[in-house]
Design a protein around this ligand. Sequence first.
Ligand code: SR1
Ligand code: MG
Length: 403
Amino acid sequence: MGQYRIFNEADALVYASDQLDFFPADADLTATEFGDGNLNLVFKVTDQNSKQSVILKQALPYARCVGESWPLSTDRARIEAQVLQIHGEICPEHTVKILKFDEPLSLMAMEDLSDHQIWRAALIDGKQHPNTGKHIARYLAKTLFYTSDFYLDPKVKKAKVAQFINPDLCLITEDLFFTDPYREHERNSFNALIEKDVLALREDFALQSKVAALKYKFLNHAEALLHGDVHSGSIFVTATSTKVIDAEFGYYGPIGFDVGSPIGNLLLNYAGQIGLNDLPTAKAFQAYLCTQISQLWQTFETEFTRLLNEETTDVAFKLDEFQHKMIQQIFIDAIGFAGTELIRRTIGLAHVADIMNIEDTAVRAKSERLALALGRALVMQAEQFETIDDVLDCVNLVSKKFL
Ligand code: SR1
Ligand code: MG
């Protein structure tokens, strides 16, 4: 414990040795900083004798990807640790294990998942993990149900809403998802070859009106304790295991936001396929991605419905018709939020390797236009889709225009 200071590798090593009850006294420790995310420092500390290792993550008082000119509260480390602790109690099978949280240092120690691979990297490598969509769906259904008013005592739930007020990180999402991409802003960046498409979005007031409604929902619907950033870079996978990390964007928000994030990211990879691979390979992988999206939604719907039926504590919410409408609304919200993820990852601040790895800018522009067209279609048509098959039919139809 101690006053906040920014760690270097030597600090991480000493901390892991002295403050964690993890390594044996004779451990031969090494520490490496390997964080490549947008915000934090991430150290891996390894005992060279036993090869056991642990991860230390420290929140910087600014956004790492921009620098000190973008200050950020280090309270996000508390939020992240506490969200992961709560989600870990509800769904230990799919949540990274937090070993210790040190509030003054805004530092947490967690299990090392080096035997897993980041799902985004696996998708880019063309590796198929048949159960990940289902696993993520179960993580979402359980964590979102058990932190909502369907299950919690209303006073306990309100206390949790207060505990997870996360203004700095929510503002990032509010700006980057719903505001910046639709107007000129210094944070935006995009391939010069798609400038015409970007300018068209700035004049697309029908789309902007739907995006405004999603932003309003993000600001005001305190339904459940969200992870807040369930993109494919926040998910570690093996053939049999799926673990969610990185919950610093957690807050009480609309359930559909967390469900829509992985769907949007699978579709970003879908859009990248036509630039990353030859056509038969791209089509085969797109079919896998569509299966994952379908299984993700269907498993979420089944599991959330089961929880509503079996575990709802408030008698007023135990009505089939109401519960059915709730699920339909979560579906509509999820598809709309997925659409905003596709658009903001293509023309906003934070891009994804699924598309940025396409080196030839003309080839990349095709994937980027597909991502924008898919994003627009999802946001505009979210209320008209009745099933996930309707969504996937729309995805196929839109993507045919880009072959
Ligand atoms: C400045 S942070 C940019 C993005 O990275 C995070 O993972 C979130 O998705 C955020 O929007
Ligand atoms: Mg993150």
